[in-house]
Design a protein around this ligand. Sequence first.
Ligand code: APR
Length: 249
Amino acid sequence: MSSPATLPPALLDSLRRAGRVVVLTGAGISAESGVPTFRQAQTGLWAQYDPQELATPAAFRRQPQLVWDWYAWRRELVAGVAPNPGHFALASMEAYVPTFTLITQNVDSLHQRAGSRHVIELHGNIARVKCSREERVVETWPATEERPPRCPDCGAFLRPDVVWFGEALPAAVLHAASEAARLADIFLTIGTSGLVQPAASLPRLAAGNGAVTVEINIEDTPLSPRMDYTLRGPSGVILPMLVERAWPD
Ligand code: APR
């Protein structure tokens, strides 16, 4: 295990030489921006609800208004925060690496807002809305008091365009992420608990195909024992240091 002060020279060297760097991020990278992770207790109005119970198709069927309102609250929360130094460091890493792929489980657009250009969003984006029946993204709908509003084409409820627990990831998105992992020279896993599949299998896929694996997290995860390097600490501190030391000019 390494602390930020002792970033392994061999890792810095591997980063500098890598043709293909792939990064998988989770809620931990946005925590320092003030976006609560899914597995953190919620505060205020929503404290009594478990996010893992709200983010499911069954919850939406049972209590569509509650789920819609929770996402409206999260959307507002995300719109009111800013990318942190971890997001910015990844955006600058993209400029140094010949082929750089950023795969995120986050739905908050903070990578894009920090300047990352090639982002694979595994779990969708909270800013988008889709029809719950036809799955098509819907941009506008007539003003209504009804929550959730309804699809202007078919009348089904609208829902956030995110992947809920128990739902499959869009096939093309998962394929792109898996291909990137397979071809990676270095695979960095940042701020994810490694509990949710299929995202959690990507580091292993990369390792199985010869990638050097790195984890950045404030604590151990089920993925930690398999990593070549584990860097313990906040991603907002470690990532800027990593980029600065790997590419000093
Ligand atoms: N820096 C680095 N890691 C951090 C930081 C930080 N500042 N703060 C928290 N972490 C780590 C935690 O230790 C934990 O391992 O981030 C991880 C967050 O874990 P989760 O809340 O489980 O988030 P994530 O892994 O992204 O969850 C995966 O499951 O909740 C669903 O669909 C949702 O995309 C999400 C998916």
